[in-house]
Design a protein around this ligand. Structure first.
Ligand SMILES: [Zn+2]
Length: 620
């Protein structure tokens, strides 16, 4: 599948956004000069103690090794390593899988290989042990960033065992966050090879009592396509809090390149398997369930509870309009905004951005079913059924909140109005300004902002949470509702999201992806500050101040401890993180006890030996 830079033009006011789109079509066929290696299993009869092992993906760089600058190649390899490390932790493969190779009989428009080529591919295989082999090639893909697709499957199980990832020769390997950018891209693309693919869904054929994996149903006058596999349905029912669900809606837009192989962006915004790039990228349990439902993988559900779009919003969120057509107001205040370019928080409350809404050119023709406003050309993000959602603005000059994740320590930070970026900060809609500030500062910040406040405590019993606005602590007591509050000593108001949107994540690392990303970002920022002018703050008069704040933030974060007794994890969330910690703690305790016993035995033995020697000496 490919990632395309999509140019969206909304009459002057909405800036250009580069995002990706996935698909199979209309791209040059890669020249495979060598092939990968499938371990054909001479040791398959050797069974290990465990029935499953972490997914091992082998990546062959042979096609690109000699044509790239070493620095570019290194970046690509680092990004692969990063994304593969995540798959390795999320997915397991049965030790008993036996391999017989066969080409997929998939839509020819989606495939660049034919069955005739399979014997050639296999003949050239090397004896490398892996569960999936990826061939990487680089091609001029026009405005596409990348594409990926499976080619060969295991005849016995239908599981993909060989696929291709094509990267655009112009892929950005030099910008500040390039490794994370490419890794994001690869996480998404490799998922298309592993399972998340309209060509693979029909091969999910070992599910009990299942007629078909994908179904087409018309609801509220709109024809929709659903992925209807059991675990996906189970996870989605729990997340959206509805029993009335036959499946999770797949994307209907973006043409054949995108439709059907991604989640519908309107309801799954922020998940990494929507069809276009989005500032908030998290792994949802719903997406992990796709891997489990394929029956090819065992899944570690370790998503950190970060996916929050539509959480507990029920049936109407899934099938109703995002905007009320009568009063043109958002029907879901945490997901959909009201006014063009107003500040707005992302649905996971991780990112600060602005409201993506505007007037499309006359030739855009917004489909009638997605027209929510009296002006038929007014709409939000096309891929999200033209709903008005949060977007980032990557042009610093355009935005009060330039590239602005609440946990991006060291980024732009409005401390004078109580903002703090940290691992425990979330985005709030607020116009709060401390009354003691000067009139000049007050007027500067008088409008409602999307602003990051530190959350210092979650009370699971009362469904309250406490935040810090500067040095002032305030407890949001709105439970499951959204409520606005005035606070003594401040002018303006703050809107508190429901408890579950704030307190369902786990800190300090939010999830696998988040942990790895932070690690890489830190390494990168420490080593490469001079590469990107935007990141080179040496000439910035506020630099020393910023550095100091960064250090303060970091040291505060180091000291931040969530008290597990006080902050009981949300009842709706799975407790994989906790479950992972428990065996470690148990092992530690057992090790300590064994050590104490051993030391005691040694002491007793030594004591006895000494005593016996002493007795012998006395006897002598
Ligand atoms: Zn895709």
């Amino acid at each position: 599948m490919k990632l395309i830079g999509v140019l969206i033009q909304l009459n002057f006011l909405i800036p250009i956004i580069f995002s990706f789109k996935c698909g199979f079509n209309s791209l040059p066929r890669p020249k495979i000069q060598s092939i990968l290696p499938i371990n054909n299993t001479s040791n398959q009869n050797l069974r290990t103690l465990s029935s499953y092992h972490p997914l091992k993906i082998y990546v062959d760089y042979e096609l690109i090794e000699n044509s790239l600058l070493q620095e570019t190649l290194d970046s690509i390899k680092s990004a692969f390593d990063l994304s593969l490390s995540i798959f390795k932790q999320l997915l397991l493969i049965s030790n008993n899988e036996r391999y017989t190779f066969e080409a997929y009989q998939i839509n020819s428009a989606h495939s660049t290989f034919t069955a005739d080529e399979v014997p050639y591919l296999l003949e050239n295989s090397k004896n490398i042990e892996a569960d999936l082999f990826l061939i990487v090639s680089m091609n001029t893909l026009g405005n596409a960033q990348a594409r990926a697709y499976p080619i060969i499957k295991n005849k016995n199980t239908n599981r993909p065992i060989l696929g291709v990832v094509e990267l655009n020769t112009g892929i950005d390997t030099f910008s500040k966050n390039h490794i994370i950018f490419i890794s994001n891209l690869l996480l998404h693309e490799i998922s298309h090879v592993l399972a998340f693919n309209s060509d693979l869904f029909p091969y999910f054929n070992k599910l009990p009592n299942l007629q078909q994996t994908v179904s087409d149903i018309e609801i509220n006058g709109i024809k929709r396509q659903f992925l209807s596999t059991p675990k996906v349905v189970e996870k989605a029912k729990k997340h959206f809090n509805t029993d009335c669900l036959l499946g999770v809606e797949l994307e209907d837009q973006g043409g054949s390149d995108t439709a059907g192989s991604h989640w519908e962006a309107r309801i799954m915004l922020g998940d990494y398997m929507i069809g276009v790039d989005y500032p908030e990228i998290v792994i949802s349990d719903i997406t992990l369930a796709v891997f489990e439902d394929s029956n090819w993988y065992k899944v570690n559900y370790y998503s950190g509870g970060l996916f929050k779009t539509g959480k507990n919003e029920g049936y109407n969120f899934l099938f109703g309009d995002c905007v009320n057509k009568n009063n043109e107001e958002s029907n879901f205040k945490l997901e959909f905004c009201n006014n063009q370019r107003d500040p707005f928080c992302s649905p996971g409350l991780i990112d600060r951005g602005y409201c993506y809404l505007g007037i499309y050119p006359e030739d855009e023709n917004i489909p009638k079913k997605y027209q929510y406003y009296s002006n038929p050309l007014k709409g939000g993000w096309d891929i999200a059924n033209y709903c008005p959602v949060m977007q980032n603005d990557y042009e610093k000059a355009n935005n009060f909140y330039y590239y602005s994740r609440c946990n991006s320590i060291g980024k732009e930070n409005y401390t004078e109005i109580g903002e703090k970026l940290s691992d425990t900060s979330f985005c709030f809609m607020s116009s709060l300004v401390n009354s003691s500030l000067t009139e000049e500062i007050k007027s500067k910040y008088s409008n409602e902002k999307a602003i990051c406040y530190e959350v210092i405590q979650c009370d699971n019993t009362l469904k309250h949470y406490t935040i810090k606005i500067g040095e002032t602590e305030f407890t949001c007591k709105n439970g499951n509702n959204i409520e606005s509050y005035e606070i003594e000593g401040f002018e303006g108001t703050i809107t508190c999201p429901p408890y579950i949107r704030i307190c369902s994540g786990t800190k300090l690392c939010n999830d696998l992806y988040d942990c790895v990303e932070k690690k890489i970002e830190t390494i990168y920022e420490n080593n490469n500050k001079k590469i990107n002018p935007d990141n080179n703050t040496d000439n910035d008069p506020d630099n020393s101040k910023k550095k100091k704040e960064d250090e303060e933030n970091k040291s505060n974060d180091d000291n931040y401890v969530i008290d597990d007794n006080k902050n009981v994890k949300d009842e709706y969330e799975n407790n994989e993180n906790e479950n992972e910690k428990k065996p470690k703690n148990t092992l530690l305790i057992i090790s300590i006890i064994i050590s104490i016993i051993l030391i005691a035995i040694i002491v007793i033995v030594l004591f006895c030996i000494c005593k016996r020697k002493k007795d012998n000496n006395i006897n002598k």
